[in-house]
Write a protein that binds this ligand. Sequence first.
Ligand SMILES: [Zn+2]
Length: 213
Amino acid sequence: MRPRAPMPPVVVRFRRFTSLNTTIRLRQGKILVSLSDLLEGAPETVVRAIAHILLAKLYKKPIDAAQNLRYKRFAASATVSHQIELVRTARGRKRYFGPQGRYYHLEEVFDSLNARFFNGLLGRPELTWSEHHAKRSLGHYDAAHNTIVVSRVFDRPSSPRYALEYLLYHEMLHLKFPVRMRGLRRCVHPAEFKAEEARFPQLAEAMAFIRRL
Ligand SMILES: [Zn+2]
């Protein structure tokens, strides 16, 4: 946008806004950006669109229509508005049990999967073991709290590491591919999600273990 101007230092902060509030300011030669933490898990294309829009506003340049549409679509999607609603009502009310299990530490497993499958690019959400040894819900990504919850049934010596890895990998793909609306349908596991899931080397063994559970 200003090809001849030197690149100013940029400070980006995610803050606990309960809306998608985003601000950009130029202060003492620094670009200061505040983004809602609701945008932390947004796909990279959306983050790029936000960067474009903010810089265009800052430098009073025209906003690219495609970028604007990309951001507007994301912001307007039912998931995001639903998420905001949930955050408003539930933020701070939930109890978590933390990532340290008896046998596995979820942050350690997350970081190793992030390096192996995502080039280390996925932002780490809160990770927690479930309160009980739940078998009905083995894992889920709670978008309102940006938290992955994993059932404690995976935290025992009889549970192979690849089973836990597969479960966490699946939830990490939910971070990468947020739920979208296709017409009136929620598209939870789109084709690109399934294609990436199939890259997990011990998929068949992990599924077999989970079926036995
Ligand atoms: Zn899923």
